[in-house]
Design a protein around this ligand. Sequence first.
Ligand code: 8YV
Length: 327
Amino acid sequence: MRSVSHTTQLEIAYVCRRMPPDVEAAMQARFTVNLNESDALLSSTAIADHARGATVLFVTATERIDGELLRQLSPTLKTVATLSVGHDHIDLATARELGIEVLHTPDVLSDACAEVALMLLLNAARRGFEADVMVRSAQWRGWAPTQLLGKGLVGKRLGIFGMGRIGRAIATRARAFGMQIHYHNRSALTPDLAEGATFHPSLENLCQHSDMLMVAAPGSPQLKGALDAAHLRALPRGAVVVNISRGDIVNDDALIDALKTGHVFAAGLDVFANEPDIDPRYRELDNVFLSPHIGSATEETRNAMGWLLIDGLAALRRGERPANLIT
Ligand code: 8YV
């Protein structure tokens, strides 16, 4: 009998950014991978060019996956897989219309993002930037009773704007620091999820009751500029503000004014409008603690995010509906 050899045709995947080594290896084993070797940020036009013919497009929150790009790739594209929980960079309505599936990475990054949230909160409240500079620059003349006095967390009210998976992981940690949890969501959580946190029906209401405010709501066009001058004024004088969500939720002019007048004592920011070209005025302020969008940046988490996408794709190809499918 003649033996027939079958060669399996692997799907073509275009990978827009460099991934952790294990994730790249797993992708190479499952797809014919075209990789953006240089890791440079790609415009939609460049992606359209490089990804022509691909059935899978691996992206991150740094790529803008607009309707035009999806249309250009739609003759072959079946799935967009984003290494992020946020999906405000993808035109979901067009993806839906074209029958393109979109996968994202919820849950696996909640703990890592919550850790950075607490890192920012502590550094803002306890003046981490100024403390580091003082020691590093050899300006420290020794201990003093009035040196670098900050704000303690114990007994303070932490207002969490966006009490989803990440917001709740932040609440768990903040409770361990002795904070009382308040939150604003579109609707109140069930008691098992709220764990005693106080619901506020509006952001303004939340601000009025927050000694420290944590922005953890998912980015979306509707929330652009949501934390504006009026909301910041509603915070008690000397409040601390942290943002680990998306930069454009905060009105930069309003926050910078409030930081300059001292109405807001300090801020901790991991995300910015127009990254990486942030509002340069933040660099001049000693009372902001800045980090470059590192919420999910641990080896374990980035690997888990990669695997969630790879496993999700395998499930889709088996005809299943994985939990991390958005459209
Ligand atoms: C961030 C993110 O690191 O997955 C996303 O959408 O942006 C996270 O990985 C975090 O939200 C910023 O602190």
